[in-house]
Design a protein around this ligand. Structure first.
Ligand SMILES: [Zn+2]
Length: 277
């Protein structure tokens, strides 16, 4: 795909492209695929309005299966975008990616890449200043120079601006992905990430398992919290209220399932365990 500015897409074109991809695909992996196909392959920057719109479409698709924008969500989008090692889905955070993509232009200016717009910036704006300390002009160059703060705030790289930009290189080019990842806080690794990352597990089951681990499945106790009038009895045994721990661990039907699975797969017995162990 040729390099294209995000500004070159009209909202309708973007919506059409995104909807087309949404209709052809069906999981969280595909939401990241949309970023890569519609936006990231274009080496942004992208406007805030376009980012919000695409994010809303992807969020709605994840939670409703439709590209019609909806506010329904069981887990916040910020959490959905956190890395898998932290127990989340690693869907692309477009705002973070866009910041990193803009910072790539700052790197290009610092390296005095041989192209007309960089020569123009050096000739008309930087002049006798240094890139690190020059005042920020009030025009299109502003966003690029504002990336200095982003680079300066990254904890895991050190030195002055030029040193920091060097540390964000991968070989001879700037790594947007490296800066993207460094914008996330250091999060503790969850011990169960290996289960959710199982490559042979069907994506739908992975998603349901992830929702269960977040305690966001639509069990009766949660539906009641939202005012949904529904039979409170456990659908399996009809002997107790359907709360999360009962459904997965305390119900005699569930215990029997765990027991048989344990016998078949030679798994450890988890019938009396709790989800958080
Ligand atoms: Zn039960």
């Amino acid at each position: 795909m040729p390099a294209t500015s995000g500004e070159d897409y009209s909202e309708d074109q973007l919506l059409d492209n995104t909807t087309l991809i949404l209709c052809r695909t069906s999981s969280t992996d595909k939401v990241s695929f949309i970023w890569n196909t519609v936006l990231l392959g274009t080496d942004l920057p992208t406007t805030k309005k376009v980012m919000k719109m695409v994010e809303a479409i992807c969020r709605s698709f994840l939670w409703t299966g439709s590209s019609t924008v909806s506010k329904k969500a069981s887990v916040s989008w910020e959490k959905v975008c956190l890395p898998q090692v932290a127990g989340d889905l690693n869907v692309m955070n477009l705002v973070f990616w866009n910041r990193a993509a803009v910072a790539k232009h700052l790197w290009a200016v610092a390296k005095k890449k041989d192209c007309l717009w960089i020569k123009w910036i050096h000739t008309f704006y930087i002049k006798h200043h240094t890139l690190e300390h020059m005042p920020i002009p009030k025009n299109a160059v502003r966003k690029i120079l504002e990336s200095r703060k982003l680079i300066g705030d990254v904890q895991s790289i050190q030195g002055n601006l030029l040193n920091r930009l060097d540390q964000l290189q991968n070989g001879n080019s700037f790594s947007i992905r490296k800066l993207y990842r460094l914008q996330f806080p250091q999060l503790p690794k969850v011990p169960w990430k290996g289960i959710v990352l199982q490559p042979r597990l069907h994506p739908r089951f992975k998603f349901i398992l992830w929702l269960a681990l977040q305690r966001r499945l639509a069990t009766v106790d949660r539906l009641l919290k939202f005012g949904v009038q529904i039979d409170q009895q456990c659908a399996l045994c009809k002997l107790a209220s359907e709360i999360f721990d009962h459904l997965f661990f305390e119900c005699y039907v569930t215990k029997e399932v765990w027991s048989r699975l344990g016998d078949i797969a030679d798994l450890f017995k988890i019938g009396n365990e709790r989800w958080n162990r």
